[in-house]
Ligand binder design. Structure first.
Ligand SMILES: C[S@@+](CC[C@H](N)C(=O)[O-])C[C@H]1O[C@@H](n2cnc3c(N)ncnc32)[C@H](O)[C@@H]1O
Ligand code: SF4
Length: 360
């Protein structure tokens, strides 16, 4: 394992659409949580050199400086590589010079900011608040402190959002000159405020047009579309996420975190009470060779470059074409083979799931 994900579930407020594993911030719980996290890490971590570290949430930046210092003491237990990629998720409203200097001093070299939108109506619907001016100021501050690898998240496809609204919103986000953009079309999850109140997703056709526009616009702006929802300037692809899409193993620590260690995929409990009591695990599954090949395909085709056929053979000692029936998709040019790689034709990337279902 060369990658570590650490989940910090606390958020200062809860967004209407969010189905992630999160709890409303409550100061006294944080130390208890970090104590439990330390126990879990001591239980699982075998001392390997770690090349990518990702602190996600929830909202890791919701922690106060005292708790952050404790979190980074815990991170000090890991054997970190010299060329470590170290991502820390931040909420714009939590960003201060003190926080940024602290993160920089503790080897964080990639920030991920949940901007989502600057449109007041969208922000109100999502129950998030920030202004464009504040984002510009914070972005300048991040650059001044020396962060040269900054991701922003962008959500589109809010009910009543028109293409025009979305274009303007994306333009504003791009004015921040991020190094990396993750874009998501709104998913209405049952277990969220918007799901419970019966919000209906936007029509599929509109969603497809928006996705097409987002891809074109970002490519014009020199962002490489390297994964279904992810775009990066040169040299700024997320190594941590690529490790995941390459179906490699990784540690996952924290509430609701998932991981993949020694051929076993596991998922931690989402119950804070259980986690604080040291009952970390919710479920685990020992993967067969077939499971691993299935995951290789499901994850690998998310990358625009696709799957390396030689690498597939090296890992599983069988040709990919012998395991999966790819002929029809190849004949219909939904899949393309180019040199060592097989990938989904970019024209069909929006209907990727249907292609995968057909193959599997
Ligand atoms: C776990 S959140 C982490 C970011 C941070 N907690 C925040 O919201 O600022 C990761 C990203 O997933 C996306 N996301 C979360 N829920 C979503 C939903 N229901 N539909 C689409 N995208 C969603 C958002 O872009 C969000 O920034
Ligand atoms: S979207 Fe992010 S900030 Fe909002 S509740 Fe979910 S994890 Fe917390």
């Amino acid at each position: 394992m060369e990658s570590v994900y650490i989940h910090i579930p606390f958020c200062k407020s809860i967004c209407s659409y969010c189905d992630f594993c999160k709890v409303l911030y409550h100061g006294p719980w944080v130390v208890q949580y970090l104590n439990a996290l330390l126990t879990e890490i001591k239980d699982k971590y075998d001392g390997e050199v770690i090349k990518t570290m990702y602190i996600g949430g929830g909202t890791p930046s919701s922690l106060d400086m005292k708790d952050l210092k404790y979190l980074f003491d815990i991170i000090g237990k890991f054997n970190l590589a010299d060329d470590l990629e170290f991502t820390f998720e931040c909420n714009l409203n939590d960003i201060t010079e003190e926080l940024l200097v602290f993160l920089k001093e503790h080897r964080v070299n990639r920030l991920s900011i949940g901007i989502e939108s600057f449109n007041p109506k969208k922000l109100e619907f999502m129950e998030r608040s920030h202004t464009f001016d504040d984002a510009v100021k914070k972005m300048k501050l991040m650059r001044k402190i020396g962060f040269d690898n900054i991701n922003v998240d962008f959500i589109y496809g809010i009910p009543k959002e028109s293409i025009r609204m979305m274009k303007k919103d994306l333009d504003m986000v791009l004015k921040l000159n991020p190094d990396h953009v993750s874009t998501y079309s709104l998913i209405v999850e049952d277990n969220t405020k918007i799901g419970i109140s019966g919000i209906v997703p936007i029509p599929e056709e509109l969603d497809a047009s928006m996705y097409e526009y987002v891809c074109e616009k970002l490519e014009i702006k020199n962002y490489e579309h390297y994964e279904v929802s992810n775009f990066a300037l040169k040299g700024k692809k997320s190594k941590h996420n690529l490790n995941y899409w390459d179906n490699n193993e990784y540690y996952g620590f924290g509430l609701g975190a998932s991981g993949y260690i020694h051929g076993v995929r596991y998922e931690n409990t989402r119950s804070l009470t259980k986690y604080l009591n040291g009952e970390f695990l919710l479920k685990e599954e020992v993967l067969s060779k077939e499971d691993k090949m299935y995951n290789e395909l499901m994850l690998g085709f998310r990358k625009m470059e696709g799957i390396n056929l030689k690498e597939f053979f090296r890992k599983y000692e069988v040709n990919m074409q012998e395991v999966f029936d790819l002929k029809e998709a190849l004949d219909e040019e939904e899949l393309i083979v180019d040199g060592e790689y097989i990938y989904i034709n970019p024209e069909y990337i929006y209907v990727m799931n249907e292609i995968l279902i057909k193959i599997l």
